[in-house]
Each structure stands twice: as C-alpha cells, then as structure tokens.
Design a protein around this ligand. Structure first.
Ligand code: BG6
Ligand code: MG
Length: 221
C-alpha cells in the first residue's frame, strides 16, 4: 500500500511553469541570448542559480558572482510580479481533488519543490493545509537531479524513499527521484517524461485507488 506522496509544485499542482518560462526568456533576451521552449525543458525543476548558469553558458557569458546574484534577483522580481495575484484559478486540473483523496485515505503528503517561492504560492492557492511537510528551495542548495529535496521530504514524513511516490513534471525531477530510490509518477507529455514509471497528462487522470493499485502491482519489479 502506498503511504506517502511527494509533490513537485510548479507545473504539477499549479500553473506557474509558464511564468518561470516567461521570466527566464525575458532575462535571456536582456542578455542577448536566444531562449526557446526546448531550452526551458532543461530548466524545469532546476534551482534559480543553476537555471541562470544554463543561460550564461548558452550565451558564452562570464560574469562575477555578484552580477549573477543581481541577475537571479532580477528574474525573481519579474517572476514574483507575475504571480502576485495568484489564486485558486491557477491550480492545475485534478490538483485539489487528488490531494483531498489522498488525505481521506491517510496518505502522508509532502512538497518536494526547488522553489524558494513555494510557501507563498501554496498559501496563495489555498492548498497549504494538505501538506504534512514542506521541502523546498530553502531546504537545500542542491538542485534536481540531485535527490536531496526528496530525501528531506521523505525523512520529514518518517518514510523510506521506496514508500513514497514522487509526482513530477520535469525530466530533472524524475531523474532525481529515480536516483533517490523513489517511485515515480510523471505529469505531462509521455515522450518528454519517458523515464517515469507511470505517466499521466494531469492529476485529474489519477485517483488514490489507481495509484495504490499500480504501486502494489509493480512494487517488486
Ligand atoms: C522549480 C521550477 O519548481 O523551481 C523552476 O520548475 C524554478 O523553473 C525553480 O527555477 C526555482 O524557483 P524559484 O521560485 O526559487 O526561483
Ligand atoms: Mg515542476
């Protein structure tokens, strides 16, 4: 039986991935670097500083640590501005229903997000009370695909990695979960997330019962 789930936030529960994309695109263009949706796939799940490093590397730009901090802060200001009125309308399909279903079945729930803005967003969309534990961008400096953010989440719930399903929309996040020994549910495009064990379009496509059946059937494979 599953006993715990760890949810990524951006692009899984809430439709903020598009705002991250727009803010990074704006910053990249500000630096004269082209930035496509394909580039953005590499940044999903990746920390703010690591994302900036990707853009600098792509543009062959070398700057001081102080300047890096200034640019990362600028991107974050644009991002925070775009989500300042965030509310329940930005919750992705099935998000609240699945959290409710899991809670009803006594499943422990943790966040496992790279974002330092996670708590503000969860409060903004009114879903904070579903979470037993928060592991986010303030919990560790290690960026996915390092599994640290998920390991902190599992420990915070008193669970082992193999007892937890990690729910992720990013390639780096699925990779992190697999490295950490977690079960994986990919949310989004099956071609992009082909490394996930189980993939659905959005959270409206799964219930606690389906997740539990899948977990039990595939546990020792
Ligand atoms: C992840 C997003 O959840 O958080 C990334 O997928 C983002 O796009 C990262 O860069 C860090 O977010 P923040 O809010 O701390 O800049
Ligand atoms: Mg995500």
């Amino acid at each position: 039986m599953i006993t715990a789930c760890i949810f990524d936030l951006d692009g899984v529960i809430v439709d903020t991935a598009k705002f991250h994309y727009l803010a990074w695109k704006r910053l990249a263009e500000h630096l004269g670097v082209e930035f496509s949706e394909e580039d953005n796939e590499h940044l999903k799940g990746v920390s703010r500083m690591q994302s900036l490093e990707y853009i600098l590397l792509k543009g062959g730009i070398q700057i001081s640590n102080e300047e890096k901090l200034r640019l990362a802060t600028l991107k974050n200001e644009w991002y925070v501005e775009s989500i300042k009125h965030i509310d329940t309308t930005e919750i992705l399909p099935g998000g609240e229903e699945l959290l409710k279903d899991l809670k009803k079945n006594q499943i422990k729930i943790s966040l496992g997000s790279a974002s330092k803005n996670a708590i503000a967003i969860l409060n903004g969309i009114g879903l904070m009370s579903y979470f037993d534990f928060i592991s986010d961008g303030n919990s560790t400096d290690k960026s996915k695909p390092d599994p640290e953010v998920f390991l902190i989440a599992a420990k915070g719930m008193g669970k082992l990695p193999e007892e937890c399903i990690v729910v992720e929309d990013s390639i780096k996040g699925i990779e992190a979960a697999k490295v950490g020994g977690f079960r994986t549910l990919g949310i989004g495009d099956a071609e992009v997330l082909s490394d996930a064990e189980y993939i659905v379009k959005d959270l409206a496509q799964v219930s606690w019962e389906e997740l539990n059946n899948w977990y039990n059937k595939t546990k020792n494979i």
